[in-house]
Design a protein around this ligand. Sequence first.
Ligand code: ATP
Length: 356
Amino acid sequence: MALFKLENVEDLYEIGEVLGSGHFGQVREVRERATGTLWAGKFLKLRKNASSRLGIERKSVEKEVEILQTLQHGNIMAIRDVFESRAEVVLIVELIRGGELFDFVAEKENLTEREAIEFLEQILHGVQYMHSKRIAHFDLKPENIMLSEKAVPHPNIKVIDFGLAHHFEQGEEYKSISGTPQYIAPEVINYEPLSEATDMWYVFLLSGMSPFQGDTDGETLKNIVDMTYEFDDYHFKQTSDMAKDFIQKLLRKEQNERMTADECLLHPWIKPLTRKQAATRNRSSINMKNFKRFNAKRKWKMSYNMVSACNRFCRLQLLCKPSIKVDEELRQCESDQEDTETKPETLLRRRLSSSS
Ligand code: ATP
């Protein structure tokens, strides 16, 4: 059992504004009292007992912490400390100020493939590093790719949220089912063994070109399982052939056919071998209209999920506990949502039936 510090986190850190929230709690800015240094504090509400529906299990937090402590890389969020109280665990992590990569990109009027590759290459370096340690992230969605700072010439990527990550033992078979329909890998939907190659499916989706989006979640999942997709001329006419080749080498249903992170970093789209290849990247651009539409839809869907989770929680509250405090309500509402999502059958049934 991992040892977390038992001191009161507030004795050492001053708790500041909320930076974001997840299924099990909030992330807040915190200031170290001794040095004045700013960090982020990830406050995770612990599950009270095995039968409780709310909060996160301590062993899941231990797993996330152990993985973060194993990973020291410039493109991966660093962890500094962990505190534990009866009801909560607090992870003190590197403060990431630049927001989500996709929001940063969506604000731009245009983006050449070369500029997009600068980001993708950093993500690939982070992924290559974790895979070299036999760790897979399994949740490389746009919300988990952030920028250290954004008002700098070459923003630095940080991969966050290792809550679903897994450290593979030698010869281990690992299955899990969790994810969001637009991003989910075929082996996750089919409940097949996962591997580092599962992350490479997510890397392909981070190129911002998901060709699977259906009108409903059910349609999206079916498109993924059937591998029904189209690179239509209208949306991809500005895309270089090298980019399409790169994407098609990740867009494989069979995990062993996908490029690895090492192979991606050597693909001529990322690392051009000739002057002509480099010039093509500079000329070709990302379809920003398409990208902005994708990002807006993603944001809308995130708020829709949050509102419906809160509605479900409020209904529950009315039925059972009318006196819980507001801060507590939000955390419980998110925990309630996660509890539903981690159950395989429920997840697919619920998500298949919900519409985009
Ligand atoms: P999920 O429910 O998606 O699994 P989670 O509970 O594991 O989420 P995170 O994804 O780690 O929580 O963080 C939630 C949000 O808090 C992020 O989307 C981001 O906006 C913000 N955030 C997380 N870590 C940091 C950080 N180190 N610095 C600044 N903001 C952060």
